[in-house]
Ligand binder design. Structure first.
Ligand code: ATP
Length: 753
């Protein structure tokens, strides 16, 4: 015996705590109408997890709770505990006694406990299903429900049979698998939706990453190009700088030398300019010469005039002398002699002073002339006669003097001419020399200008070199700004190693400019690609990609579990069908046996039938009123009952009498219980419609059944009561509370019909 006891607190009419103990195989519960017997049977349904309010004869959870009377106040909760002996591990739980409890509150909330631990309904249902105790209640036949197995549709009947066969567990498993399948499909749809939602972002990031990779590759190429360009440029600049300073060296020293020489020459020529004073002197001499010559001419003219005057005077004197010829021997007046002496002395003195030959000679000549004139004048002798020679003397003196002047001027002219000759010779000589120097100077100036020109060109090259060097530095700076410090590594770049074999510092500059333009183009392209934070995008891409892969993995997992669930379902179906068909066959046999026993003949059988059924879609669309043409048909199986009464040709269940129906139902219910006996069976007035003879047969079957299942019978039937080991009476006093008490058979029989 498995069922030990049932405790009710506040359940329906059991306003006070009541307990039923089941210590015998058959327990009968008796009592007057309305005392609460069926409530006790329902308490079983309730505690075993019944969810149908209809089966519990209520509308809401509240209806199950003691409603209260003027004597006993209402309860807030209804609780039912069923205790099982689990020493044989009827229930798959490691306790010798298992108490299942269900509590319902006024707000409709339910609580379940297994051995006082709060559990879910599912836990209770599963635990019981494993022991062939189902809430659907093939083992609890409510009042008037015996017929249900006959009235049911083949499909419902099939369910009842499955239940009785303990195949419900398969249904649960199937349902759970289906639920899982549904959940899996939902998850799949969700994951697919997530992936779909992710896809554009992923694609976008993928594009970004590709773009970035392209940019990175381009950047690398650019770094290479930069290195080559910068290395070349540096080589070029170094070469150019060195060659420029080399080129400058020679013209610079040359220029220095030439400038020095030019300065010297200029200095010298400057000095020549000072020679102009000598030329001035020469001119002065010339001017003086002209003056002297002029003077000479004048003196010569004076001498001429004097000579004319002399000639005239001498003629006049000669004339006078002729007149006075005869008067010869006249004394010479002293006065005249003295004058003569003075004159002579003067000339000689002069000659003496000059000390030179010419003036001396002139003086001698002048003295001779003076003496001769004196003699001539005094040849006539002096007898009272005397010639006036004063004018003549004066003229002669004048002449002498002028001639002496002439001599002196002539001498000076000669002297000047001599000087001039010398000077002009000197000047001439020097002029030649200057010309030579000037020629050199001109040549040197020309050379200097050429050199300056050359240096100027070199300067221009240096300026442009400086500009190029500036550009070079700027280019490095720009490169670093754009692509980072890698650019600066160009120094270590080996052109030959890098395969740049055409490296030549003297290559046409336009080649390098071409490279520069290419570099610029690449820079622009790189800039156009835009930066965006590469790290962020890569990171985000990684995350999104990882998520997508995770989802893909998830999807695969879901698909695989979907597949497994399908397989499981197929397997469950197969097993279920197998067991079901075997079970139906066994029940059918028992059914026939019980039936013939009950009716004293005839036959009964069960057949598994395939039925057409309204499809889910049509049902969903039209409910029960599916138009015939809209019916989508699915096959479903069911169980049909066929009976043949003895001596009657009745085949249809519809035409059976109330008693016949009751007997047929009982036969079927008992057959079901026989094949897979439940631990206990509760029959609420199943025997109500039986006559005496059938009551006895019913009693026999019950005793038979009780060997396999514990029976709790609610009955008014005396025969049935007589088979019970323990009788409980249920009474209800004026307080409306159902009470349970053990009764004796006789007491019980008193309330029986
Ligand atoms: P019968 O022999 O006629 O079938 P029974 O003994 O099976 O009668 P039940 O149907 O079990 O009687 O009990 C019905 C009684 O229980 C009614 O009197 C009803 O008022 C009472 N009852 C049902 N629910 C509650 C409740 N929530 N609170 C109080 N009383 C209730």
């Amino acid at each position: 015996m498995y069922l030990k006891s049932l405790e009710l607190i506040g359940f329906k009419s059991f306003g006070k705590k009541s307990e039923l103990e089941f210590s015998t195989p058959i327990t009968a519960i008796v009592g007057p109408n309305g005392s609460g017997k069926s409530n006790a049977a329902e308490a079983f349904r309730f505690v075993l997890g019944e969810q149908s309010m209809k089966s519990l004869r209520g509308k809401r959870g509240e209806d199950l709770i003691w409603g209260g009377t003027s004597e006993v106040p209402r309860s807030n909760r209804a609780s039912v505990k069923a205790a099982f002996d689990n020493s044989k591990r009827l229930l798959d739980i490691d306790f010798d006694e298992v108490v299942i409890e269900r509590v319902v509150y006024r707000d409709g909330a339910n609580e379940y406990f297994i051995n006082s631990s709060k559990v879910r309904l599912k836990d209770v249902v599963e635990l019981l299903a494993g022991a062939n105790i189902g809430s659907s209640g093939h083992h609890i036949i409510s009042q008037g429900e015996a017929d249900r197995v006959l009235a049911a549709s083949p499909k419902e009947r099939k369910h009842m049979i499955e239940d009785a066969l303990g195949l419900r567990i398969y249904q649960y498993k199937k349902e759970e698998s289906l639920r899982k399948l549904e959940k899996t499909e939902e998850n799949k749809a969700q994951v697919e939706a997530l992936r779909k939602e992710n896809a554009p972002h992923l694609a976008f990031l993928e594009r970004q990453v590709k773009k970035m990779e392209k940019a990175r590759a381009m950047r690398e190429t650019l770094v290479g190009t930069y290195h080559e360009y910068l290395k070349r440029e540096e080589n070029y600049l170094t070469y150019e700088r060195e060659s420029l300073s080399g080129l400058r060296a020679e013209p610079t020293t040359q220029l220095e030398r030439i400038t020095g020489r030019i300065n010297t020459l200029r200095h010298q020529l400057e000095k020549v300019k000072k020679g102009d004073a000598e030329r001035e002197h020469l001119l002065d001499l010339e001017r003086q010469l002209v003056d002297l010559r002029h003077k000479l001419g004048e003196h010569t003219r004076i001498v001429g005039r004097i000579e004319g005057q002399l000639a005239f005077e001498e003629q006049r004197l000669a004339n006078e002398r002729e007149k006075a010829e005869g008067q010869e021997g006249a004394p010479v007046p002293y006065k005249e002699a003295r004058k003569f002496w003075e004159e002579l002395t003067r000339i000689l003195d002069h000659a003496h002073r000059e000390g030179e030959v010419k003036p001396l000679r002139d003086a001698v000549k002048a003295a001779q002339t003076l003496v001769r004139k004196f003699v001539v004048r005094h040849k006539a002798g002096g007898k009272g006669y005397e010639l006036d020679t004063d004018t003549l003397d004066r003229l002669r003196l004048e002449k002498t003097q002028t001639e002496s002047e002439i001599a002196s001027v002539t001498a000076r002219i000669a002297e000047h001419e001599e000087d001039m000759h010398t000077l002009s010779n000197e000047l001439e000589l020097r002029k030649d020399e200057n010309r030579e120097q000037e020629r050199e100077l001109f040549t040197l100036i020309a050379e200097e200008s050429a050199l300056r020109n050359t240096l100027g060109q070199l300067d221009a090259r240096a300026t442009s070199l400086a500009r190029e060097e500036e550009d070079f530095k700027r280019e490095i700076g720009e490169g670093i700004a754009l692509i980072g410090r890698d650019v600066a590594a160009y120094k270590a770049y080996d052109l030959t190693e890098a395969g740049v074999v055409d490296f030549d510092v003297e290559e046409d500059r336009s080649e390098q400019l071409k490279r520069r333009r290419e570099l610029e183009k690449m820079k622009i392209r790189l800039e156009e690609m835009g930066g965006g934070n590469a790290d962020d995008i890569t990171k985000e891409y990684g995350e999104v990609k990882e998520r997508d892969e995770f989802l893909e993995h998830e999807l695969r997992d879901l698909e695989s579990s979907e597949q497994k669930l399908h397989e499981l379902l197929t397997e469950l179906d197969r097993e279920l069908n197998e067991k079901f068909e075997a079970g139906v066959a066994a029940i059918g046999e028992q059914f026939n046996e019980f039936f013939t026993l009950m009716f004293g003949g005839g036959s009964a059988k069960l057949t598994v039938v395939q039925q057409r059924k309204r499809g889910k879609i049509a049902t969903a669309l039209f409910g029960d009123d599916v138009p015939a043409e809209e019916e989508d048909i699915e096959q479903e199986s069911g169980v049909d009952v066929e009976v043949s009464l003895p001596r009657k040709r009745v085949q249809s269940l519809m035409v059976l009498s109330g008693g016949e129906r009751a007997l047929t139902s009982i036969a079927l219910i008992f057959a079901m219980s026989q094949v897979n006996p439940p631990p206990f069976l509760i029959l609420d007035e199943t025997d109500a419609a039986l006559d005496e003879a059938n009551s006895r047969r019913y009693g026999d079957m019950i005793e038979n059944l009780a060997k396999k299942s514990q029976l709790i019978l609610i009955t008014h039937n005396r025969e049935t009561m007589s088979r019970a080991g323990v009788l409980y009476g249920v009474t209800m006093g004026v307080d409306g509370v159902s009470r349970i008490l053990s009764v004796k058979f006789d007491e019980a029989a008193a309330v029986a019909k």
